[in-house]
Ligand binder design. Structure first.
Ligand SMILES: Nc1nc2c(ncn2[C@@H]2O[C@H](COP(=O)(O)OP(=O)(O)OP(=O)(O)O)[C@@H](O)[C@H]2O)c(=O)[nH]1
Ligand SMILES: [Mg+2]
Length: 342
């Protein structure tokens, strides 16, 4: 699962990408796109680690893509938009710091500007496709009426300058999947703040209706470069309890509609990633196709029940370890042992 980082020029996209992915060295070829894979921080995995003391601890992972700027005209994000089409969700970085030259931020205007670009991109796609479909209809060719009606619905919203992500059901309709509408993608709005500011700016229609988070990008990027022994003083000086980046990564995971289940043992404790509403049998398939094919049942205990019992054995005694079948919907935090035949 991959998130694309978008934003106007000089909003801090590279800074945020580097801080998130701990890439401190610049791109090898300036202007090339960059991909970073990160662990999704999860306190539950740390607690399970203490409980089982395994040899390995494996976190869930997600990736971030920073589009390259090659061939990009000065103020146009079209090339960047094309590169991030394949992403499952976006992080929209908004400058909320004074530029080096002293120019004040205008987060509202910047948000609208890029959002409009997303909307216009989709509008172009919808208009030309509708034109084509109507033409084919006139020529007596068989066309999908459902596609026309859904595209017409999209057209109406886009003409009203409303992003398709406000209509998640429409944006994710099967017939429309192939269009990969950019304004329909889940999006986290990330305000890139000054070093001394941790608040989300209160701007009309954005802070209230969008999925927002505030991060001090430059500060966070500096933190990852500090040697461990100096880190504590630095964090205290800026009143930083935990890295805001951990929150961004967790929020990214949620934005993608992902949950984790765990497998535990002496060799490893591990977080596995599934979409919400995944069945136990499909979850088994994430680990191994044999687990899915030969699925018999799943032995499930919730993280809360396991940790309050203190051990798997005690949880069993208390009756909180359940046997679940193929169609059980895996819940975030389930600890699962699969029973299967090969
Ligand atoms: N004060 C402050 N400056 C920042 C912050 N984040 C980035 N900057 C500065 O803003 C400038 C642009 O940052 P970049 O990360 O290169 O921004 P970008 O969006 O990747 O820029 P382009 O790739 O040119 O579009 C740099 O001089 C950064 O040091 C921040 O959180 N606070
Ligand atoms: Mg950059």
């Amino acid at each position: 699962m991959k998130l694309g980082i978008i934003g106007l020029p000089q909003s801090g996209k590279s800074t945020i990408f580097e801080a998130l992915t701990h890439h401190s060295e610049p791109a090898i070829h300036k202007g090339e796109s960059r991909l970073g894979v990160v662990n999704v921080p999860d306190m539950r995995l740390d607690i399970l680690n203490d409980m089982y003391e395994p040899q390995k601890q494996i976190f869930a992972q997600i990736s971030y893509l920073l589009p390259g700027t090659q061939g990009q005209k000065k103020d146009s994000g079209q090339s960047a938009l094309n590169q991030i089409r394949e992403c499952d969700a976006f992080i929209h970085v908004i400058r909320n710091f004074k530029t080096y030259g002293g120019q004040k931020p205008n987060p509202y205007q910047d948000f609208i500007k890029l959002n409009q670009e997303l909307i216009l991109t989709d509008l172009g796609v919808v208009e030309s496709r509708l034109e084509r479909l109507h033409l084919e209809k006139k020529q007596g060719r068989a066309i999908d009426e459902k596609e026309i009606s859904l595209l017409t619905e999209c057209l109406k919203h886009l003409e009203d300058e409303i992003s398709l992500r406000k209509f998640p059901q429409l944006a994710s309709a099967d017939v429309l999947k192939g269009y990969a509408f950019v304004s329909g993608r889940p999006m986290l709005v990330l305000f890139n703040n000054e070093d001394d500011d941790i608040s989300i700016p209160d701007i009309k229609g954005v802070s209230s209706s969008e999925n927002c988070i505030a991060v001090r990008g430059r500060l966070e990027q500096e933190i990852i470069q500090i040697p461990d022994e100096e880190k504590e003083d630095f964090l205290a000086e800026f009143h930083i309890a935990e890295s805001a980046l951990d929150r961004v990564i967790r929020r990214s995971y949620e934005l993608l509609g992902l949950i984790s289940f765990f497998t535990v043992g002496e060799d490893e404790v591990r977080a596995w990633t599934v979409k919400k509403d995944t069945t136990a049998q499909d979850a088994a398939g994430v680990i191994h196709t044999d687990f899915k094919k030969g699925f018999i049942r799943a032995e499930v205990v919730s993280f809360e029940d396991l940790t309050s019992a203190g051990s798997h054995q005690e949880a069993k005694k208390r009756g909180t370890v359940r046997l679940e079948g193929k169609t059980y919907l895996v819940q975030d935090g389930d600890i699962i042992e699969f029973r299967f035949n090969v």
